[in-house]
Write a protein that binds this ligand. Structure first.
Ligand code: FES
Length: 169
């Protein structure tokens, strides 16, 4: 087999089907899985490149509880759930597949790779994923503008951090 010396050798984790190894920069940051990092030869602790923050509008743009796909091009969902607004990565916490809204049930997010599902808060409903969606930094200005910072990431054990949700008055 012919190989290109300029390209990193891609090796997949056991059980990985080789999906989604060509990730956008934001998705790469959100994934953080050993599979992807190992495939690209990134050393643990390496500092990731910064990506721009994303202006997602105002709280009025998210007037009801639910899951918005409007910013999946930026690699996150916007979730409004019980008085809080979150940005949640579109990268599956299991093995890095790109998630999507369930076309049959708009209250849940699906992984098409191994079938994990997540609710409107980003919690796992069905595995094999064992943790909820990684949340991103989110803030609201005095003028009401809501901004998501993909450089700040909060796995489920850090969801209490006030930097990963906005309270809706
Ligand atoms: S990649 Fe396995 S459930 Fe999503």
């Amino acid at each position: 087999m012919k190989t290109d010396a300029n390209q990193p050798a891609v090796q997949h984790c056991p059980g990985c089907t080789g999906h989604q190894h060509l990730l956008s920069r934001r998705r790469f940051l959100a994934a953080g899985s050993g599979c992807i990092l190992g495939a690209l030869g990134v050393a643990a602790g390496a500092e990731a490149a910064k990506v721009p923050t994303v202006d997602i509008g105002t709280l009025k743009d998210f007037a009801e509880d639910g899951i918005s796909e409007k910013f999946t091009k930026d690699d996150f969902f916007v979730l409004r759930h019980q008085g809080k607004l979150f940005a949640a990565s579109t990268t599956c916490p299991h093995m890095g597949n790109t998630l999507r809204l369930d076309s049959q049930d708009a209250t849940r997010i699906l992984c098409g790779n191994h079938g994990s599902t997540f609710d409107g808060e980003g919690m796992v409903q069905v595995g094999p994923a064992s943790s909820g969606l990684v949340r991103l930094g989110i803030s609201v200005s005095a003028a009401g503008k809501v901004t998501v910072d993909p450089n700040k990431q909060f796995p489920q054990e850090k969801w209490e951090d006030k930097a990963c949700f906005v309270e809706i008055p």
